[in-house]
Design a protein around this ligand. Structure first.
Ligand code: SF4
Length: 468
């Protein structure tokens, strides 16, 4: 989905920008970048991070940068931040999310006389579209507001100007933006970020979360609201289930605590006799700890991740790389597995291939007696349409099951969404057999909503319902 980090200070802030942006590395694997504004004007650096982590690509370069304000981004789709010369002066811009009407907007802008640089590999950089739309208005704030108005999908943006840093959360607050302030109040400095967890180690404290649609101007002297928050909110539920970092929080609700609550709900609906509970490292661990706390069944680690060498395997866009990483990064602990009945909590099942071919196979190969899989969200039925996603409808495990059960593709999947329907039961049984596990039981949607702790109408549930 991508992540943003921005900082404004009365002193050189490049180190804060470097580490703050790096703390968003779990949100993308393709592009990383930073732009700073200092006494010599704007300067940016952008690297492809698909083969080397953000830190190693920028660690030498950032020490040569200097500036009192900066923005950084991790994004799978568009290299950024870009520096733009416009009628408003020079500014730097970074934005994450998804422009689902990109083709029609590009055509409209081209017909209006705009031109775009060509990205490596073809296509138009989303940030160029964002800036062309901002520049159509009379000022930057109205430009951001009107840009968000015509974009279908969802965009959060940071715009760094000589006046300060404009931060804008997407219209429905689908993705978060948190404001932080230097803990030492004698130093004038503010930060804004997708992940509030990036603040603590940098010496900043959380002030608040921007509301849906809110736009603020951040300077070393403070934060000024320029557009108030809207009344409607649809924050991404998947942040708490998988995407977000365990130490982070969104709109005041902590990720790890929500995951523990998911696990507790899974345990309350279960009656399995097992020797231990485990989480798929790392994103299933919080859910598994909650399950263990609720059930009293001990938490153990049958699989450990070789953390020095491997990152996540969900975000790489190529299936080949995902599969290779999945194979290599998990080591089985035979002494824990052999002869035991285990409950395995996973955040979710997307395609099911990694779970089946690597996790479950490793557990059986090492002598597991029973394997009970408990995903911490309902079956994923739809790809995300608000952020770049590696999921497609056809490859989702549920869709494969439905196609197999129905003997062909099925457009209307309503009957498969209800947990007490026969169709749902058949779908789960097909997936269980395909995964080759002893039992399979997903978290129910009402339990997931309760575990997150926000009213259902404030949550995006599109992944599971196909509607908001
Ligand atoms: Fe989040 Fe899914 Fe909604 Fe996308 S569709 S914003 S991943 S809940």
């Amino acid at each position: 989905m991508g992540g943003l980090f921005g900082v404004v200070a009365e002193e050189n802030c490049v180190q804060t920008l470097f580490y703050g942006t790096d703390y968003h590395s779990h949100l993308g694997t393709e592009n990383g970048g930073m732009a700073v504004l200092g006494n010599k004007g704007f300067y940016n650096a952008i690297h492809n991070i698909s083969q080397a982590q953000f830190k190693s690509r920028f660690v030498d370069g950032y020490k040569k940068m200097e500036g009192f304000a900066g923005i950084g981004a991790i994004d799978d789709e568009s290299p950024q931040p870009l520096i733009i010369r416009s009628k408003f002066g020079v500014y730097a811009v970074a934005a994450t999310g998804l422009i689902s009407n990109k083709e029609s907007l590009t055509a409209e802008l081209l017909n209006g006389g705009a031109s775009f640089g060509e990205m490596a590999g073809g296509g138009v950089n989303n940030i160029e579209i964002v800036t062309r739309l901002i520049n159509r208005a009379d000022n930057i704030v109205e430009g951001i507001a009107s840009m968000r108005g015509v974009i279908e999908g969802s965009i959060c943006a940071l715009v760094l100007t000589a006046e300060g840093l404009y931060a804008a959360r997407d219209k429905l607050g689908r993705f978060p933006l948190a404001l932080g302030r230097k803990k030492d109040h004698s130093i004038k400095a503010y930060v804004v970020a997708t992940e509030a967890s990036s603040f603590e180690n940098l010496g900043y404290e959380l002030v608040r979360f921007l509301g849906p649609g809110e736009i603020v101007l951040i300077t070393p002297d403070g934060v000024k609201q320029l557009k108030p928050e809207g009344s409607a909110k649809k924050i991404c539920s998947f942040l708490w289930i998988y995407t977000g970092y365990p130490s982070s929080s969104y709109d005041g609700i902590g990720v790890e605590i929500a995951r523990e609550r998911c696990g507790r709900f899974l345990a309350r609906r279960d009656n399995i006799a097992a020797d231990f509970v485990a989480g798929i490292p790392d994103s299933g661990v919080g859910h598994a700890i909650g399950y263990a706390m609720e059930s009293g069944i001990p938490f153990r680690r049958p699989l450990v991740k070789y953390t020095p060498g491997y990152g996540r395997s969900y975000t790489p866009p190529s299936q080949d790389i995902r599969d290779l990483v999945a194979t290599m990064k998990l080591s089985a602990v035979r002494d824990v597995i052999s002869g035991n009945r285990m409950i395995i909590c996973d955040d979710s099942i997307v395609r099911g291939t990694q779970l089946k071919n690597y996790t479950v196979k490793k557990l059986w190969d090492n002598g597991a007696r029973e394997i009970h899989v408990r995903p911490a969200c309902p079956p994923l039925m739809f790809p995300c349409i608000y952020a770049s996603s590696t999921r497609t409808n056809a490859e989702l495990a549920c869709r494969k099951a439905i196609r197999a059960i129905a003997g062909g593709s099925v457009d209307n999947v309503e009957e498969y969404l209800e947990t007490d329907s026969p169709a749902y039961g058949k779908m789960i049984e097909w997936i269980r057999k395909d995964l080759n596990v002893t039992s399979l039981k997903y978290l129910a949607i009402d339990d997931m909503i309760a575990a997150i702790g926000l009213p259902a109408e404030q949550l995006c549930l599109h992944c599971w319902r196909g509607r908001q």
